[in-house]
Design a protein around this ligand. Structure first.
Ligand SMILES: [Zn+2]
Length: 618
C-alpha cells in the first residue's frame, strides 16, 4: 500500500493537491506520513481478514491516530465504528450518509453492548446504552439529495448507479469544500464521472453489452445486490483469492446470494468452485466457467453484468481492454437445488423478532432443529454457513428442518438438535462465553445435542481461552481443551487427515494454541497448517466437535456435515450428488499443498494418507 501511495505521489511531483484512496489498515500510517488536510471516512467493515485486522482493532487504531490529527475529518455518522473512531478528532463534519451493512457493528465498539438501530427512515439512527449514539449531523443524504441548513437541498446527479455512490459523492463534495471548491461545484464535476478505475464501465463483447462492477466484501455486496437483484439478466461473478483479495473467501457465505434466485449466475475466477458450492446452497441456477469473457459473450441473451472481487475485476477489465478474441463458451448443464430455508437463510441472519417468533410457532417435534449460536458475536468468518449446509443437506433428503439464527439478545433455543458456533473477534468472543455460561449450551450438551464449534467458538467450549489482552478467560468447559495466545498468528490453508484417512480442507486465522486434555481426540493431523499447534487440529468428545477450520468447514467437507447429521438422525443417509463439493476439495488439496512443499512430495504424502478415498467421495 505504501509503495502504491508513494508511486501515485511521485507520478506528478509538481501537483498542488493529491487525493489518495487509502486501505483502511493503512490510514494511520498514511496520516502520519502525509499530514493530510482532510480525511474522509466513508465506512468500516470486515475485509480481507487474513491480512488486515479484525474490524474493531482497525477502529481502535483509527481512533488513536485521529485523536490528535490536524486534518479536518468528514465522517459518516450512520456507521457506529466510524463514529466511534472519529468522535475524538478535534474537528469533524458529520454527514448522515446511510449504509445498509450493520453486521460488523451489532455491538458497541466502546462497551460491547448491543447497539439499537432505529428502523429507516427514522431520524434517530442508532444508539447504545453507554451513551455512544449517532451524532447530530450537519449534512444528510436524503432521497439522493445532499441536505443541510447551510446549503439547502442540493441534488446529486451521477452517471454511475447505486446508493453508495451517492453517499461517496456527497462526502467527497463536503471534503472538497475544505480544499477551496464549492460543494455545488464539486457535485457538478462528479456528475460527469462515467467510471471509477473501470468500476461501472460499459463493455461490449461480441456485440453483447453490459457493465463491470467491483464487490470485494459482504458490505460491498450488500450494496451491489440491491442494484442487480431486481432484474433477471445473467450475472457473471469472478472470485479470486490472491493477496489483494484476501486468501479466504469464506465471506461468500455472508453475502445474500439467495436474492439472485431469478438470475442465471456464472461462477468464474480462481475460487469459482467455492462460489459454485455457495450458489448451490443459495438455490441459484448457475454455471461454472473458466473464462469470464466467454461467459460475458455467450451466456443467455441481452445485457450481462460482471461483478468481480478485486483482482478478478482487474483481470476482466484488462482482458476486455486488450480486446482478445473471445472463445464461445461451452455450456455445461445447469443444476438447481431447493435452496433458501423456510424460516431463515444465510442472507437473513438477523430475522426480526416477529419472524423469529413465527419460526418458533411453526416448530414441531418432527423437525430437525439447527441453531446458529449468536451470529451477531460469532459471525465474523462466514461460519454461519455451517448451519445452512446442515439444513440443506437434510432438506435435500426430505428431512424437515428448522434453521434458527439465534442472536445473543434472545434466549438460546433449548431443544435444538445441532448447535453451530463460529469465529469472532476477541471482545465479542468473551461476551458470547459470558452469555452461554448461563447454562443453556451446557444443558443442550447434557441432553446429547450435537455441537460444532469453530475457531473462537471452539476456544469458548474449552476450559480457558485468551481474552482481548491475553487475559486468561474461563470457557464453558464442555471440551477438555485450553487455549493460550501464541505468535505468529496461524493464517493459511489447512488440510486435516483424521484417523480414518478422511481429509478435510479449510482456512485458519487465529492466534491460539490449543492443548487437549488426556483422552480428548483431535479432529486429525494437519499438513499443511498449524491448527492446535502440535501437529493436529480440533478436538472431539462425544457429540461435541471443535476445529479451527473456516471455509465454512461443512461447505468444504460434505462428509463431515453428514457425520454430524447422522449423529442426530441415527440412521444411514441417502446419498447426494456431491460433485461440486468433491471438485472443490480436490482443487483445495492441490492448491494448499503446492505452496508449502514440493507438489510431487505433497501429493505422494497425501496419497499415502488416503486422500484418494476422500477425493472420490466415498
Ligand atoms: Zn456502548
Amino acid at each position: 500500500m505504501d509503495a502504491g501511495l508513494i508511486s501515485a505521489l511521485a507520478s506528478k511531483p509538481s501537483a498542488r493537491m493529491a487525493v489518495l484512496e487509502v486501505d483502511e489498515a493503512h490510514l494511520p500510517g498514511a496520516l502520519r506520513a502525509t499530514r493530510a488536510d482532510v480525511v474522509i471516512l466513508l465506512n468500516l467493515s470486515r475485509d480481507q481478514l487474513d491480512r488486515t485486522s479484525e474490524v474493531r482493532m482497525l477502529a481502535e487504531r483509527w481512533r488513536d491516530s485521529l485523536r490528535n490529527t490536524t486534518a479536518h475529518v468528514v465522517a459518516n455518522s450512520d456507521d457506529p465504528l466510524v463514529t466511534w473512531a472519529a468522535e475524538v478528532a478535534p474537528d469533524v463534519t458529520w454527514i448522515a450518509a446511510g449504509g445498509n451493512w450493520h453486521e460488523d457493528a451489532y455491538h458497541c465498539p466502546a462497551c460491547d453492548a448491543r447497539i439499537t438501530f432505529a428502523p429507516a427512515p427514522s431520524k434517530e439512527g442508532w444508539s447504545c446504552t453507554c451513551g455512544l449514539r449517532r451524532p447530530a449531523a450537519e449534512f444528510a443524504l436524503i432521497e439522493g439529495d445532499l441536505v443541510s441548513d447551510r446549503t439547502g437541498r442540493l441534488p446529486i446527479r451521477l452517471s454511475i448507479p447505486g446508493r453508495f455512490n451517492l453517499a461517496n459523492a456527497a462526502m467527497a463534495a463536503i471534503g472538497a469544500e475544505y480544499l477551496g471548491s464549492s460543494i455545488e461545484g464539486a457535485l457538478q464535476a462528479m456528475s460527469e464521472v462515467g467510471e471509477i478505475g473501470g468500476r461501472f464501465s460499459a463493455h461490449r463483447i461480441n456485440g453483447r453489452a453490459g457493465s463491470l462492477m467491483l464487490a470485494k466484501n459482504p458490505a460491498g455486496w450488500a450494496e451491489l445486490i440491491d442494484l442487480v437483484a431486481p432484474g433477471t439478466s445473467p450475472i457473471v461473478i469472478g472470485i479470486n483469492s490472491r493477496l489483494a483479495d484476501g486468501h479466504d473467501p469464506s465471506w461468500l457465505w455472508d453475502v445474500p446470494f439467495e436474492r439472485l434466485s431469478a438470475h442465471l449466475v456464472v461462477a468464474t475466477g480462481e475460487r469459482r468452485r467455492d462460489l459454485a458450492v455457495r450458489l448451490l446452497h443459495a438455490g441459484v441456477e448457475h454455471l461454472v466457467l473458466d473464462d469470464p469473457l466467454g461467459a460475458l459473450a455467450t451466456v443467455g441473451s441481452g445485457p450481462i453484468e460482471f461483478i468481480g472481487n478485486y483482482t478478478a475485476f482487474q483481470d476482466a477489465r484488462y482482458a476486455i481492454r486488450r480486446g482478445r478474441p473471445v472463445e464461445t463458451a461451452t455450456l455445461t448443464p445447469t443444476r438447481r437445488r431447493p435452496g433458501a430455508d423456510e424460516s431463515a437463510s444465510a442472507g437473513e441472519k438477523f430475522p426480526s423478532a416477529a419472524t423469529r417468533n413465527g419460526a418458533r410457532q411453526r416448530h414441531t417435534q418432527s423437525r430437525l432443529r439447527i441453531v446458529v449460536v449468536h451470529p451477531d458475536l460469532l459471525g465474523t468468518y462466514g461460519d454461519g454457513g455451517n448451519g445452512l449446509v446442515l439444513a440443506n443437506r437434510a432438506r435435500w433428503r426430505g428431512i424437515p428442518v428448522e434453521l434458527i439464527f439465534a442472536p445473543s439478545d434472545v434466549p438460546l433455543p433449548r431443544d435444538a438438535d445441532i448447535y453451530c458456533l463460529g469465529g469472532g473477534e476477541d471482545g465479542p468472543q468473551v461476551r458470547a462465553a459470558e452469555q452461554l455460561g448461563h447454562g443453556s449450551l451446557a444443558d443442550a450438551a447434557g441432553r446429547g445435542a450435537t455441537i460444532l464449534a469453530v475457531c473462537a467458538g471452539y476456544q469458548i467450549l474449552g476450559t480457558t481461552f485468551p481474552g482481548p489482552d491475553g487475559k486468561v478467560t474461563p470457557g464453558l468447559g464442555l471440551l477438555d481443551v485450553s487455549t493460550n495466545r501464541a505468535e505468529p498468528r496461524a493464517v493459511g490453508d489447512v488440510i486435516v487427515r483424521d484417523r480414518l484417512g478422511r481429509v478435510a480442507t479449510g482456512f485458519e486465522n487465529h492466534a491460539g494454541r490449543t492443548s487437549r486434555g488426556p483422552g480428548v481426540e483431535s479432529l486429525g493431523s494437519v499438513m499443511p497448517g498449524i491448527g492446535n499447534g502440535e501437529g493436529t487440529d480440533g478436538a472431539r468428545s462425544g457429540r461435541i466437535l471443535g476445529t479451527y477450520l473456516h471455509g465454512p468447514v461443512l461447505a468444504r467437507n460434505a462428509w463431515l456435515a453428514d457425520e454430524l447429521l447422522r449423529s442426530v438422525i441415527g440412521s444411514a443417509l441417502a446419498p447426494l450428488d456431491d460433485e461440486a463439493e468433491e471438485i472443490l476439495a480436490r482443487e483445495r488439496i492441490a492448491a494448499s499443498t503446492s505452496g508449502r512443499v514440493p507438489i510431487g512430495e505433497a501429493r505422494r504424502r497425501l496419497l499415502r494418507q488416503g486422500v484418494r478415498a476422500v477425493v472420490s467421495g466415498k
